[in-house]
Unconditional design. Structure first.
Length: 221
């Protein structure tokens, strides 16, 4: 409407510029809950991955790390082989927005998936040190979040998931809601996920369905 009003004024069809009178609607922050999958759907998504081929081994490791650690696509595609400390069972992660690095425990189930991918999925003698790569020549690293979205969407179809949104952050939000439902401090979850704004905690509390059930008020009869 603003653009149309400016057009009318600029072309002489209106004697007044009404663009400044068009007020945008106010949408309260976090009015719409962040999109997340039920944990049962996350498990269905992981189970739908065929791990009998290199693509499946790579995709399963990617999805498992997103579901387990709450990685966004940017963090996932920036992981390097040198970030894995097999002796100490730790994982170094780079936050793309802040450039900060932090250390997470390398959980056994994740370590097992990574070993299977590195041995049977990642092409041998690949030049790049990035962990996740394309499985066709020249075996370049994944460089865009759209590649992660395609991995999620492809296996969601196999799993029969009909969620309206399957972006690269859906597993991140699902992880946060799951951890809060299990009793984790929302402030700790927000910090691990790299949020600098304390108000971001509210967004994850809103999608922690089981926790919200505990504080719901009875419906008057």
């Amino acid at each position: 409407m603003r653009s149309f009003s400016r057009f009318l004024f600029a072309t002489g069809r209106s004697s007044r510029n009404l663009a400044d009178s068009v007020i945008a609607p106010v949408q309260p922050r976090y009015e719409q809950p962040r999109r997340a999958l039920a944990w049962e759907d996350v498990q269905r998504l992981l189970a739908a991955v065929d791990q009998s081929n290199p693509h499946g081994l790579r995709d399963y490791a990617m999805l498992l790390m997103m579901a387990t650690y709450g990685f966004g696509a940017g963090e996932l595609i920036r992981l390097r082989l040198d970030d894995i400390n097999w002796t100490a069972s730790t994982l170094q992660v780079l936050r793309p927005k802040t450039g900060a690095r932090f250390t997470l425990p390398l959980l056994p189930v994740v370590a097992k998936a990574l070993v299977r991918y590195l041995r049977g999925g990642r092409p041998p003698h690949t030049a790049t040190r990035y962990l996740f790569v394309q499985l066709k020549l020249p075996f370049a690293p994944l460089t865009a979040s759209s590649a992660v979205w395609h991995v999620i969407a492809k296996h969601a179809v196999v799993a029969g998931l009909t969620a309206p949104y399957l972006g690269s952050h859906v597993l991140r939000h699902s992880h946060a809601a799951r951890q809060i439902d299990l009793g984790a401090d929302p402030r700790v979850i927000s910090e691990i996920l790299g949020h600098r704004d304390p108000g971001s905690i509210s967004a994850y509390v809103r999608i922690a369905t089981e926790t919200l059930r505990d504080i719901s008020l009875p419906v008057p009869s």
